[in-house]
Design a protein around this ligand. Structure first.
Ligand code: GTP
Ligand code: MG
Length: 484
């Protein structure tokens, strides 16, 4: 699992990076596999945590667990085998069969009722607790003030705000629970997390982007393309991929709204450029966006994951600049003419490609390192790049993150946004192909500008703030208090 315990200093952080270069697909496969063997238990306060674990272990070996306070006290319990879940389901009552009217569904969410007597007086020392959301701002400022350099402040910020191992497990579990629902329609579909939950740039509290992957259905049907028959249900014709996506999301959305326990505030946002279903998953506390036919975004997440795992400075810089942008209202949680975190991250990667010597390779260089298994062409878009971070050479650039922060502000404070576009494929500025105020070429869908939503006013605010910050950092050579 990426980035769980980032060290406070650059050197320690570097050694950690070299030890954890898992491939994105491995992280995905491992996370999804574990999530399939996991249950979520809501229990009344006052019940001994150890007794809950003891009770559950009657159904099989427990691989990992943690307790957290979400919408009431919860336990996340991962068994070694899926059979343990069936065994637990067999002895559980179904809520609607007792007093409350409802639709019977055997989910992996369990509620421990107060009348189920479990022992109250057991030793709680070895249970694993997890503080659910995020650090209060005052505590964070306090911590930052204790750091003796801006670089250490930046690593501290990363440490406090990055997703924890438990938080990532919960994200995979939420996907897996939605997959249970989606499989009522599409028995072999897979629901995968993408975006900042898995691209190594996720901050505690970020939304959970889910991708309903239906391609696994075609992949698992063997033998392929040799029989005389086509399975008709599988290829029901639609006027366009967009219409198919809207229809699929619409039925899954109805399923989520009507049958999925704990999903509230379900909204169909099917007319968006990328159609989606938005809902709140109460047991895990995540705001979720479910999309389908969005494989390019999954591959973008993999690309960001590769960049984030190449050098420890990348994530420290991205977290700091994302926090800075949010604090100053450059980015926002609502959609509008603002720069998004995704666009901002592209700008940071581009800046790092343009250091001398470069800290990050261009996408074209990553493509040159690709093997046959890295080749991906998605709906005509070339999404090929080396997926294994271990195959990419380390940079010789030794600039510290505080220097990079200052240089980032300088660089974009003086960038010629009026005529130039940003493009991480070449790592070079190009003349803008059209007059949007900010033009950041989509790395894969190359004719698209990912920041087409940004208006001149928002870009001007960004530039003014970068200039001001570059000036502030240059005023104070220690700079210690400026970030806090
Ligand atoms: P957060 O703000 O932390 O949620 O960052 P995020 O990276 O998860 O961004 P967001 O939830 O807005 O989008 C999820 C993913 O969709 C991103 O990581 C990208 O892979 C993709 N994405 C977002 N915006 C765009 C866009 O404008 N164009 C394209 N092609 N993909 C986008
Ligand atoms: Mg997101």
């Amino acid at each position: 699992m990426q980035g769980q315990s980032q060290a406070a200093g650059g050197e320690e952080a570097d050694s950690e990076v070299s030890a954890r270069k898992k491939m994105f697909t491995e992280v995905q496969a491992e996370g999804l596999e574990q999530a399939q063997k996991t249950v979520l238990i809501s229990y009344p306060t006052g019940i001994s945590k150890r007794s809950i674990l003891q009770y559950l272990s009657r159904h099989g070996n427990i691989n990992s667990h943690f307790f957290y306070e979400g919408h009431g006290p919860h336990a996340m319990v991962e068994f070694s085998e899926r059979e343990s879940i069936y065994s637990l389901q067999d002895v559980a009552q179904i809520a609607c069969c007792s007093s409350v009217p409802g639709i019977p569904l055997k989910s992996r969410l369990f509620t421990l009722t107060p009348r189920q007597s479990l022992s109250q007086a057991l030793d709680e020392t070895s249970v694993h607790n997890y503080q659910h959301p995020t650090i209060p701002v005052e505590d964070l400022v306090q911590k930052l003030c204790c750091a003796d350099s801006i670089s250490n402040q930046m690593y501290s910020l990363l440490n406090e705000y990055q997703l924890t191992e438990e938080n990532i497990k919960l994200r995979f579990l939420a996907c897996s629970l939605i997959q249970d629902i989606a499989r009522a329609y599409f028995p072999e579909c897979v629901v995968k997390p993408f975006g900042s939950s898995v691209n190594s740039f996720g901050k505690l509290g970020c939304d959970l982007d889910m991708f309903l992957d239906l391609d696994e259905i075609g992949r698992s049907s063997t033998p392929k393309k040799t029989g005389a028959f086509q399975v008709e249900y599988h290829i029901k014709r639609m006027p366009s991929l967009r219409t198919a996506t809207q229809k699929i999301l619409s039925v899954i959305g109805d399923c989520i709204a009507n049958f999925s326990p704990g999903c509230t505030h379900v909204q169909k946002i099917l007319d968006a450029r990328c159609p989606l279903m938005r809902f709140f998953h109460q047991p895990t506390g995540f705001q979720c966006d479910l999309t389908a036919n969005n494989r390019v975004a999954l591959r973008s997440s993999e690309l960001l994951y590769v960049y984030g795992n190449l050098d420890s400075r990348v994530r420290a810089l991205v977290f700091t600049i994302r926090c800075w942008a949010r604090t100053h209202g450059i980015t926002s949680s609502t959609s509008g003419p603002w720069i998004t975190n995704f666009s901002l991250t592209m700008m940071i990667l581009f800046f790092l490609q343009n250091r001398k010597p470069p800290i990050l390779p261009t996408l074209a260089e990553l493509k040159n390192l690709a093997d046959a298994e890295d080749e991906h062409v998605i709906r005509g878009h070339d999404c090929t790049f080396v997926s294994n971070p271990n195959k990419i050479n380390q940079t010789e650039n030794t600039e510290t993150v505080d220097v990079l922060l200052n240089e980032f502000f300088e660089y974009f404070g003086n960038f010629d946004f009026s005529s130039k576009s940003i493009n991480i494929r070449e790592g070079k500025e190009h003349n803008k192909p059209e007059p949007s105020p900010l033009y950041i070429q989509n790395p894969f869908e190359q004719a698209r500008n990912i920041s087409a939503n940004v208006n001149q006013n928002q870009l001007d605010r960004f530039v003014a703030l970068t200039r001001e910050c570059a000036w502030l950092l240059q005023q104070d050579s220690t700079g210690k208090h400026q970030l806090a």
